[in-house]
Ligand binder design. Structure first.
Ligand code: ADP
Ligand SMILES: N[C@@H](CCOP(=O)(O)O)C(=O)O
Length: 302
């Protein structure tokens, strides 16, 4: 009897995705100003060069088709779900693919995430995962999405722009959400549960096939200058604080006095952090805030 023929080893194309941690709400810049930091989430992605055709739907797997295999190392790597239908990176990637009429992942993809961003500590782990996810979707679908379009997809998932814009473009970034038409506003406000639905056990062939397509131009950003002498040092709490809880303690309405206090400082801060040599007293004063810090103080255990 002839010896068994060994299964061919698949050949892969290798890619790297690097996304920085971020700090948002810089000084008086609540939901506006973000800074990219040196900690990062790094993905290594291997895509087979020859693949079996994908199944017609995620619930009808073909014999040869295999879902992405996800592995993690680094921080919080033991708690993160590894199913591609539950992991945030791949759920976002699948959302991007499906918005481009690609119903599922290519077969046989390997994804390794090296994560150095602690979860839930205000260093933008979810924003980094969302940006890594949109970049992954663009890569897997061969979509070559522009930065502006990647941001549209990211903002359908993470609704405040400060972390995701800094994670996408790096540096010290200011951003805003556009005044959209009523139709586009409705499209960009679709509940997260519909943008990234949990994959149900009994999913039929049509499940998730028609996700809400992001309108164009949901958010915009500008990169500010940054003086070479200025370094960011992040102090991390020992406890996690959910973003929803931290947003829930903020008032709906502010006084004109508090609003003007923040506007005055933010206008100065964006230039003060870029000026070389820096003026520490000016930066100290311009970092003051009356919109978020006083209200969130009570959530910070001492
Ligand atoms: N690299 C990652 N891979 C998968 N999921 C992640 C990753 N990073 C963050 N997440 C998800 O995001 C959650 C943290 O989001 P959030 O509470 O907004 O905190 P943060 O301030 O760090 O963004 C985690 O509990 C996890 O579910
Ligand atoms: N501007 C947002 C930033 C939340 O950051 P996250 O890393 O917790 O998602 C806010 O302050 O709510």
């Amino acid at each position: 009897m002839p010896p068994p023929v060994p299964a061919p080893t698949p050949a892969y194309r290798h890619y790297a995705i690097h996304v920085p941690a971020t700090t948002a709400n810089v000084g008086p810049g609540f939901d506006v100003a973000g800074i990219a930091l040196s900690l990062s989430l790094d993905l290594k992605v291997a895509i087979p060069t020859t693949v079996p055709s994908a199944p017609s739907s995620p619930s009808v797997p073909s014999d040869a088709y295999t879902l992405p295999v996800i592995t993690y190392s680094g921080l919080d790597s033991t708690t993160v779900p590894l199913s591609p239908y539950k992991n945030l990176l791949t759920r976002v990637a699948l959302y991007v693919l499906r918005c481009h009429q690609i119903p599922t992942f290519p077969s046989g993809v390997l994804i390794h995430a090296q994560n150095n961003i602690p979860f839930g500590r205000g260093l933008g782990s979810s924003g980094a995962a969302v940006i890594a996810g949109v970049l992954l979707g663009s890569l897997l679908g061969g979509l070559e999405l522009t930065k502006a379009r990647l941001l549209d997809f990211a903002l359908m998932v993470e609704r405040h722009p400060d972390n995701v814009t800094a994670a996408l473009v790096g540096g010290f970034v200011g951003s805003y959400l556009s005044s959209l038409s009523p139709t586009d506003l409705a499209a960009s406000s679709i509940p997260l549960a519909e943008v990234l639905p949990e994959y149900p056990e009994d999913a039929g062939p049509e499940w998730g096939a028609h996700p809400p397509i992001p309108p164009r131009g949901i958010g915009h950003y500008v990169r500010f200058g940054w003086a070479k002498e200025v370094r960011a040092v992040a102090v991390m709490p020992r406890f996690e604080l959910a973003t929803a809880l931290a947003r829930g303690v903020l008032p709906e309405v502010y006084t004109r006095k508090d609003l003007v206090f923040n506007l005055q400082r933010l206008a100065v801060l964006t230039t003060a952090l870029a000026r070389s040599p820096p003026d520490p007293e000016l930066i100290y004063e311009a970092m003051k805030d009356r919109v978020h810090q006083p209200y969130r103080m009570k959530l910070v255990r001492t």
